[in-house]
Design a protein around this ligand. Structure first.
Ligand code: ZN
Length: 70
């Protein structure tokens, strides 16, 4: 699967709060599970070969990006 354009967020915005959904993925990894998680608002944390976070992604939930949510 080709990874779509994801909305990147600052790494320091990634917080491991109880109940927050966090998926880890390797660079350029993409699959149906990640896609479903992303679409549901999970945070995706991208790890390099040394398991160091290199980027984080989370869907924007604003009305502008989600005109059908209302
Ligand atoms: Zn937005």
């Amino acid at each position: 699967m080709k990874r779509p354009t994801l909305r990147e967020i600052p790494l320091d915005e990634v917080k491991l709060l109880p109940g927050s959904l966090l998926f880890t993925m390797s660079v350029n990894q993409w699959d149906h599970l990640l896609e479903a998680g992303y679409n549901q608002g999970a945070t995706l944390l991208e790890l390099d070969a040394h398991e160091q976070p290199v980027a984080a992604y989370r869907r924007c939930t604003c009305d502008l990006c989600n005109p059908t949510l209302n």
